[in-house]
Ligand binder design. Sequence first.
Ligand code: GDP
Length: 380
Amino acid sequence: MFKFLKEKLKGWISKAEKPETEELPEKPEKKDKEDKKKDKSEKHIQKSKKDTKRQEQKANKKEEELQIQQEEIVNETKEEKFYPVKEGKDKEEKPKQLFSLFKKKLTEEKFEELFQDLELILLQNNVALEVVDKIKSDFKNNLIGEDLAKINLKQKLKESIEEILVSPPDFLNEIKQTLSVKKPFIITFVGINGVGKTTTIAKVADFLTRQKLSCCLAAADTYRAASIEQLQKHADNLKIPIIKKDYGTDPASVGFDAIQYAKKHHIDIVLIDTAGRMHTKDSLMKEIEKISRVAQSDMKIFIGESITGNDAIEQAKSFDEAIGLTGIILSKADVDEKGGTAISVGYITKKPILFLGTGQDYKDLEVFDKYKFIESLGLS
Ligand code: GDP
């Protein structure tokens, strides 16, 4: 899950935090010292040939020797200062020490260069442009002018993503609280065909049943006979009631009937499946709005595919505009190596991700935990 993005971010952080060796003070090389020594001895030979200036030469030689000794002392001191000889892991601390020694600040120019790579990584991994801009402005505000040695890019990225992700409400608690004053609790699910909608509704039903809450399903996608059959199969597997009508009947009436059934049989929660032909179609949105209004839904949940990036975000926006979403479930997160949809969809719609679908079995539904998600990106 989210492997590509995790690896790319790790690579970017380690590349960005690598010291700029070309700007470091040159470490004096041994060769210089040897050359100086060689020069010194050549000079000495030449000088020694001139008997008449022997005294002078001796004086010069002494002076040069003294100079070399002084230079050696200075160089050794520099070496110790920049590359202190310590044991074990201290070796890794050299770059930071060098940065702190020079107190180099992150300039705007250097920041742009640094961010360019990150921008590309984020965009290539389905992070929406709006979200990339937000991360950039967070970085800019916090990092420009900062001492390079003190900048912790991983921490900054973590903080920025943490702020971007909308904190999910306590799903179960909200349901239980409402159930104490109103029963049944009604959840309408929306999303386009093929994203894993019926499977996800079944997973939610299984999740709630395991919490000792009784559920029934409403097959309100009356436009597809296959979808009614599919939901029926899940209901059979989970041994929960399903309320369905003939193909082509008014979907709002299916929701209504399911609620009456739940009231009669003291069922806690009604889960309504809806059609999802094309999210851009006005008629579909009107129909879903009608189902939700007639049913007086307590929650309206959008189901989208984690792998589709901007498509899922655009779909979520359309449904939110039409019916006002409560939250989001991203299916197929198990096969999403990018993770950008999960980072972006909540920020753009301002709606929390409630669950991630993590496989094809009923148990493959994880309550979305933003800290766990950040951890899965290698940023904890
Ligand atoms: P619908 O047309 O939107 O109702 O989609 P379905 O519920 O029929 O699911 C379409 C396919 O996606 C099926 O093969 C599901 O098993 C699969 N699927 C659903 N959710 C997940 C998930 O979280 N992970 C994976 N890997 N597959 C899923």
